[in-house]
Design a protein around this ligand. Structure first.
Ligand SMILES: [Zn+2]
Length: 76
């Protein structure tokens, strides 16, 4: 009777492994964030990590201070 349980458990583990999505690939060893938040430059539309982005006077995100100033001026 116990064999049946073990067998079922084994099948369940294999099935679970196959059914698991592939996106859970990143290694846990690295101290990298789970997901890098990217923002879009309001001036040139460049996507870049939020850590490297510059916040404009209007609260928008920019890739550099120059674009932050341009964006501020370009808003009419
Ligand atoms: Zn830009």
């Amino acid at each position: 009777m116990l064999d049946l349980v073990l067998l079922a458990l084994l099948f369940w583990l294999v099935w679970r492994k196959r059914a698991a999505p592939r996106r859970s690939a990143p290694r846990t060893g690295q101290a990298s964030p789970r997901s890098v938040v990217t923002v879009r430059c309001q001036t040139c539309g460049l996507h870049l990590p939020r850590d490297e982005a510059v916040t404009g006077a209007d609260g928008g995100w920019y890739c550099c201070r120059e674009h932050a100033q341009e964006g501020r001026n370009a808003t009419r």
